[in-house]
Structures are given as C-alpha cells and as structure tokens.
Design a binder for this molecule. Structure first.
Ligand code: NAP
Length: 320
C-alpha cells in the first residue's frame, strides 16, 4: 500500500509517498482502508520535529482519518469489514491507504457524513468540545468569543456553542472566512487583523465582556483577551506559537482564569464521552464538518504549507 513517509524531521518536502508493506490486524486491532485523511497544524509540528511529542523515525503522519473497515483481528467485537468509521488516532498514521487501529479508537461514521467530513472530526471537534465544556465549563446563555473561528477548531467550536445556546462572536481575517463564520451561525463576526478588533469585540457585549474566550493564537492575543473578559471570565489557550507578556492584574481584577489545554492529556472515558456528544451532534446535524480544500495524498507537502497560511476555511483533507 502507499503511504506518506517521513525519514528525517524538516520542512514539508521531507514527506514522500512510498510503497510500504500492507497491514494485518493483531488481536483487538482493525485495519481501516483510509478514504480521507484530515490535516491538522499539529501534523506540521510533528513533521518538523519541533513538537514535544516526537514520533520515532521513519513514520507516517496524520491523526485524523475516515474510511471503511478492511480486516479485523481476534476479539474485535464492535466492527466488521465494510463498516464506515472515523478515527480518533491510529497506531500507524493516517496519511496512507491503510491504517492500523485499536478497536477503541474507531467511531461509526453517521451515514449522511462523507469520508472527507469524517476526516475532519476528531482533533477539531474533540478539542473544541474539551475547551468549551470541560475546561471553560461554558453554559447556555453565556457569551463566547472564538478568536480564529474560520479554521478546523474554530468552526467546530462555533457549531458546538450555537447548539448549546451560547451567544457567539467569531473572528476571521478574510472575507471568505468571515462569510463562512456567518453562515455557520455566529451572532457577530469580527476580523482579528483589524487593530480595533478588541474594542469592537467588547462593544458587542455592551461593555460587559466575555464569559469565555477560545484563543487560537495566544502569543498574539492573550494580553488583550484578558482586558475584554467579564467578571469570572475564562480564556482557554487552544493554540499558541510563541511567547507574550501579560498584565496579571487584568485577570486578578475579574477573578478570571487562564486555562491551558492539550488534547493528548484527555482520559479515555472523557474522550469516549466527547465522541458520544459529537456523534449525537452529527446525527442531528447541529455539527456539520466543513471541508474547504481537498488534495491527493501525494500533495501532503502542499497541504502542510496551506494549513499554516492565513485564509482558513474549515479543514484540509487528503485523499489516498
Ligand atoms: P487552522 O484550521 O489552521 O485554523 C487556524 C485559525 O487561527 C484560523 O481561524 C485563523 O484565521 C486563526 N488565526 C490566524 N491568525 C490569528 C490571529 N492573529 N488571531 C486569532 N486567530 C488567528 O487550525 P486549527 O486546527 O483550527 O487549530 C488552531 C490552533 O489550535 C493551532 O495553533 C493548533 O495547533 C491548535 N490546536 C491545539 C490543540 C490542543 O490540544 N491544544 C488541538 C487542536 C489544535 P484566518 O485564517 O481567518 O486568519
């Protein structure tokens, strides 16, 4: 089977499409024929070797994917060949024609979701759910600002927050991104590149401030986020690519909380609970994964450049 392989950490060009041995499942394992693989920013950090979790070389990148069950090992009870599934991780990487998975990491893909949508579920939706409900304890009726609502996590957070009855303000830096954020239900849309965007964001709350802020680029926005939080406001650091100076008094004066999160830290029961909620949302169509760009697997290097560029529009998905 064909797979993208990384033999040394480096730029996007270190990813090459190669012929590798076909996979066979061991006990409790499932081989999935990958029909679509989701591209996440973390895949680029892992490929570059800059992420705290360094995979052993050589490796096949990719956490997210969807496809059909091809073969099941001994003791696999919940899945049979032909079943449509999405992945919440794998043992071998998803940028490939096949992936080897523990049975527990597969979730049935609802019939009306395409494989491309299936590849756009796990990292973005589980992260958004974790940030909103497990970390920030967002409640219906509260107001949330999603700083970076046009990308994978942002769109997921927007749909989840709307379905839960929050008031949502979302940001994007391009017209196309802002149109998407509006179409997915944000009550107000702002541009995070606009120098006045914090003042405008505060004005959207009548000066009260935000109960919750989900932050996709904390090294740029965190200091000012603290100044537009409401009393008892919570900001969740979802994305960060550098350092920033903050004034702790901005948090003190509001009894505010700055909450970090990393999806890797989640427990298995919490993850299973999150995916139960996600599947319910997919089934009732309050959750609608948005695929903005589709590319063949061989163009993984181009996808890794694109995912870090401004102008996000949902997810980038690769097709083997
Ligand atoms: P993505 O699809 O590439 O989207 C990136 C988002 O960030 C876009 O909405 C983009 O908006 C926005 N953005 C760019 N510049 C910004 C700025 N100055 N202020 C606010 N937002 C800005 O990435 P993603 O999958 O949504 O992930 C977002 C971030 O969260 C990434 O850094 C990723 O590594 C991180 N992440 C963390 C976890 C975790 O466990 N903590 C899990 C998943 C993702 P425009 O393109 O419209 O400018």
């Amino acid at each position: 089977m064909k797979a993208i392989r990384v033999h040394e950490f480096g730029g996007p060009a270190v990813m090459r499409l190669e012929e590798v041995a076909a996979l066979t499942p061991g006990p409790g394992q499932v081989v999935v024929r990958i029909q679509a693989a989701g591209v996440n920013p973390v895949d680029t950090y892992m490929r570059a070797g800059t992420y705290p979790r360094k995979p052993a070389l050589p490796f096949t990148p990719g956490i997210d994917g969807a496809g059909t069950v091809e073969a099941v090992g001994k003791d696999v009870k919940k899945f049979a060949p032909g079943d449509r599934v999405y992945l919440t991780g794998s043992l071998t990487g998803t940028y490939a024609e096949q992936a080897l998975c523990e049975e527990s990491t597969l979730v049935p893909l609802p019939p009306h979701d395409s494989f491309a949508q299936g590849a756009a579920i796990h990292v973005p939706y589980a992260t958004a759910y974790r940030a909103l409900f497990h970390r920030a304890h967002a409640r219906p009726g509260e107001t949330v600002l999603i700083q970076g609502a046009s990308g994978g996590v942002g769109i997921a957070a927007l749909q989840l927050a709307r379905a839960a009855g929050l008031r949502v303000v979302g940001t994007a830096s391009t017209d196309r991104g802002r149109k998407l954020v509006a179409a997915e239900g944000a009550h107000q849309i702002l541009d995070h590149k606009d120098p006045d965007h914090f003042e405008k964001a505060l004005a959207e709350t009548g000066g009260r401030g935000y109960d919750v802020i989900l932050e996709m680029l904390a090294n740029v926005n965190l200091a000012k986020d603290l100044t537009i939080l409401a009393l008892h406001g919570r900001v969740v650091v979802v994305g960060n690519r550098g350092t920033i100076e903050i004034n702790p008094r901005d948090a003190m004066g509001r009894d505010a909380a700055i909450l970090g999160m990393t999806l890797w830290n989640i427990s298995q029961p919490d993850l299973a609970s999150i995916h139960a909620a996600i599947v319910a949302g997919l089934e009732n169509e309050t959750l609608r994964p948005i695929v903005g760009q589709e590319m063949p697997l061989s163009e993984a290097p181009r996808a890794h450049v694109a995912v870090l560029e401004p102008g996000s529009y949902g997810k980038i998905v690769l097709f083997p």
